[in-house]
Design a protein around this ligand. Structure first.
Ligand SMILES: [Zn+2]
Length: 558
């Protein structure tokens, strides 16, 4: 407290808890350390932190010995793609080289400067690590997968044929070569079953995540037991065809080949029923086999897309006199994709898709009855204290999981004082897997889910540029709750307003109820870490959330 601190000569502010946060240049490799000098009155304390500076990126000079950036070579993973699909081959090298690919059957294909390439979207384009600031330029070519195959094996020369192809870079008398190991002998071809499970059990907690590119963000959640066609593979990701217009990527671990002789599933959606329940209403849609699907909540409707499916819904029977579903329209979008638009009398509140007795069931939750005076009375709110496992730690050792649990406990007290039932995903410091949290929320039939976290930046990001309070959501039906909580947290906590973020996290993807993840403060700032140890600041965080919940649910009151 009150000490002055310099690090490598730069003065750094010390927070009242003795912590400091600085964003400083990496020391020159000659020094490789940060020297700290703290002065308080007559006392001076010195300390030194050694840092290991990675070797500088290779200088890809146009003269001297030929040096290229071997770490930039793509493709680097085994793949299996259709013959005509383009695959990018690239390397970062000096500007005055000749670079080419020699395919398995001896054909040479030149690589050109990246800026001269055809602007074409490619299957494996975006993993060129060389885009880091190495010198030199990127040389690349987009080759059909067919060209990257080993040549057809002449009799008795199978070994040679499996040699695959090479990338060569040459200048003057220097040539460097890289084998491109691309032949995939473990390809999964034909039809596969997702989730690896052929049983009729439909477990909505074991849905298989699908992405539009390998390693991309999760978008589709498919039921275990869905049969699709595998059409490609890159590394540990398998591409599956959902219908004539769409292929997506899933993890290989969730795919089980069905072997030869399996026919393409023919799916027809038949006559449907609307079955009202007390808290929800079900659309029960018989389909000859479980379909890959996507559900998109919109302002006043839910759009259900069935891939690889032909709709033949002649009768739609509305049982009872349901007030939530107004009308359902369907259209055939292309020859093997059907789209059902479910028009609602209220904004969607949450949904669940499952497979039951030969029918796809879309369960749509009704908004709960809410009173304007006590909007949380009678509701079930799921409070999720983030971590362990993982999580951030502040400079004086405060571990994220500790203060967020304190905030969660305060929130519980506040919720219960308002007549709500609280479901805590954890109340101890025992680890709770991330994937279990939305399952707990769904089984509890919660009306809202709030995951409480504290933020931190990774290395290399200047933390002083933008920090404060933020809220994450994913589905359209969660946005109003995110907005309400964000507004109240900013008022209560007094930190800068970072706004709302749309992001596909395991906990925000939960479609069954409005679900948000809050990052109320940044644990890496010593003053915020200090505040997070204190009850008033923990209370301010909880207060922001409970008031946001009240504001949101009040909008649902008649
Ligand atoms: Zn966290």
């Amino acid at each position: 407290m009150g000490a002055t601190l310099t690090i490598n000569g730069d003065s750094v502010t010390v927070a009242p808890n003795g912590g400091y946060l600085a964003f400083l240049p990496v020391p020159p490799s000659s020094a490789s350390r940060y020297d700290l000098v703290a002065v308080l009155g007559p006392d001076t304390v010195r300390a030194s932190h050694a840092v290991r500076v990675l070797p500088p990126l290779p200088v890809l000079a146009d003269t001297g010995r030929l040096v290229v950036d071997s770490g930039s070579v793509v493709p680097r993973e085994r793949f299996w793609l259709r013959d005509e699909e383009l695959v990018r081959v690239a390397i970062r090298a000096p500007s005055n080289v000749t670079a080419w690919v020699r395919t398995g059957d001896g054909i040479s294909v030149p690589l050109v400067r990246a800026s001269e390439r055809q602007p074409k979207v490619l299957a494996m384009a975006d993993s060129v690590r060389a885009s880091r600031n190495a010198s030199g330029i990127l040389w690349q070519a987009d080759l059909p997968a067919r060209a990257l195959r080993a040549a057809a094996a002449p009799a008795g020369r199978v070994r040679d044929a499996e040699r695959g192809m090479e990338l060569l870079v040459s200048r003057g008398g220097d040539t460097v070569r890289f084998p491109l190991v691309t032949r995939d002998t473990t390809a999964v071809a034909g039809f596969v079953i997702l989730g690896g499970d052929s049983s009729a059990v439909s477990d909505t907690d074991r849905v298989v995540a699908g992405r539009s590119i390998p390693g991309g963000t999760t978008k589709w959640l498919l039921l275990p037991g869905t049969v699709v066609e595998a059409t490609g593979r890159v590394g540990a990701m398998v591409r599956v065809r959902l219908d004539a217009m769409l292929e997506i990527w899933v993890e290989e671990a969730f795919v089980r080949p069905l072997g030869a002789g399996v026919a393409r599933p023919r799916r027809t959606a038949g006559d449907a029923r609307v079955v009202p329940g007390e808290d929800w209403v079900d659309l029960v849609l018989p389909v000859s086999e479980r379909p890959p699907y996507y559900v998109e909540p919109q302002e006043r409707s839910l759009v259900l897309t069935l891939y690889g499916t032909q709709a033949n819904t002649e009768h739609l029977r509305y049982l009872g006199n349901d007030s939530t579903i107004r009308v359902i329209h369907w259209e055939q979008v292309g020859s093997d994709r059907a789209r059902y638009t479910i028009h609602l009398s209220q904004a969607p509140f949450g949904h669940l898709v499952f497979w039951e007795r030969g029918a796809l069931v879309v369960r749509m939750r009704r908004q709960p009855p809410v009173s304007r005076q006590s909007p949380l009375r009678g509701l079930r709110i799921v409070v999720d204290a983030g971590h362990p496992p993982a999580g951030a730690t502040g400079v004086t050792g405060l571990y994220e999981a500790v203060p967020v649990l304190a905030v969660a406990e305060l929130l519980r007290t506040m919720l219960e004082a308002r007549g709500a039932t609280t479901i805590m995903t954890r109340t101890t410091d025992q680890p709770l897997p991330l994937g279990d949290r939305p399952i707990i929320a769904r089984r509890a039939n919660g009306h809202a889910f709030v995951s409480i976290h504290l933020n931190a930046f990774g290395d290399g990001v200047n933390p002083f540029v933008s920090h404060g309070t933020g809220t994450y959501f994913y589905h359209t039906h969660s946005e109003p709750l995110a907005r309400a909580i964000q507004r109240r947290m900013v008022l209560r906590m007094g930190l800068p307003d970072l706004g709302r973020y749309h992001e596909s996290f395991a906990v925000t993807r939960n479609p069954y109820m409005p679900a948000v993840l809050t990052e109320g403060a940044f644990l890496m700032f010593p003053d915020q870490e200090n505040a997070l140890r204190t009850e008033p600041f923990q209370r301010a965080y909880a207060q922001g959330i409970v008031e946001g919940l009240e504001d949101y649910f009040r909008t649902l009151a008649p």
